[in-house]
Write a protein that binds this ligand. Structure first.
Ligand code: GTP
Length: 212
């Protein structure tokens, strides 16, 4: 099967333990709800090619453990991420209250240019909601985050979260705000982009294998 894509983005999924990060990733990759999800040990990995704004983008996604005891391991994966889903659970005020800490870590360890999308997960459990949509929207606005509520159970807004975040990264590349050539940008050119740019003789051939 062909693995052609224009760009590769390094992505993180972060947030408190039990917020539903692994279920979101599983739903995105397998289009299924992972019923028996247990706590992530360290980090897990998934990847998928998506179509965004007429481009093929390979998302290389690191699903990190939310438990404090894994924090030193998970932090080592933040470096050079282009995008992140910052997940809280709409039925857990504690997971919402922890967002500022997650955000501080992401921006300091991954870099200030990381594009972060705030995800209020478990939207299907509205009857148990502890965090209103309005309150979270306000937090998102104050902290320059894109915001969506999702359900890894029903699949609502799961793919949209990854697409919306990717679209924002892509438009920042197009406007020059993000530079894929910068070491640690979390962005690589794929073979399609590589062919295009080589045809116009604008890029060096080593750009495909440059470290993220
Ligand atoms: N109802 C409902 N339950 C969910 C949803 N997403 C996850 N869950 C449940 O929430 C629990 C935790 O989900 P995980 O995906 O393992 O949580 P996590 O954020 O990866 O947790 P850590 O790996 O410990 O950081 C599991 O029992 C899931 O079945 C959702 O959208 N709706």
């Amino acid at each position: 099967m062909s693995e052609s894509y224009d760009y590769l983005f390094k992505f993180l999924v972060i947030g408190s333990a039990g917020a539903g990060k692994s279920c979101i990733l599983h739903q995105f990759i397998e289009s299924k709800f992972k019923d028996n999800s247990s706590h992530t040990i360290g980090v897990e990995f998934g990847s998928k090619i998506v179509k965004v704004g007429g481009k093929s983008v390979k998302l290389q996604i690191w699903d990190t453990a939310g438990q404090e005891r894994f924090r030193s391991v998970t932090r080592s994966y933040y470096r050079g991420a282009a995008g992140a889903l910052l997940v809280y659970d709409i039925t857990s005020r504690d997971s919402f209250n922890a967002l500022s800490n997650w955000l501080r870590d992401a921006r300091s360890l991954a870099g200030p240019n990381i594009v972060i999308l705030l995800v209020g997960n478990k939207k299907d459990l509205d009857a148990k909601r502890e965090v209103t949509f309005l309150e979270a929207s306000k937090f998102a606005q104050e902290n320059e985050l894109i915001f969506l509520e999702s359900s890894a159970k029903t699949g609502e807004n799961v793919e949209e979260s990854f697409l919306k975040c990717s679209k924002t990264i892509l438009s920042k590349i197009e406007t020059g705000e993000l530079d894929p050539e910068r070491i640690g940008s979390g962005i690589q050119y794929g073979d399609l982009k590589h062919l295009q740019t080589n045809n116009t003789a604008r890029r060096q051939p080593d750009c495909v294998c440059r470290p993220l």
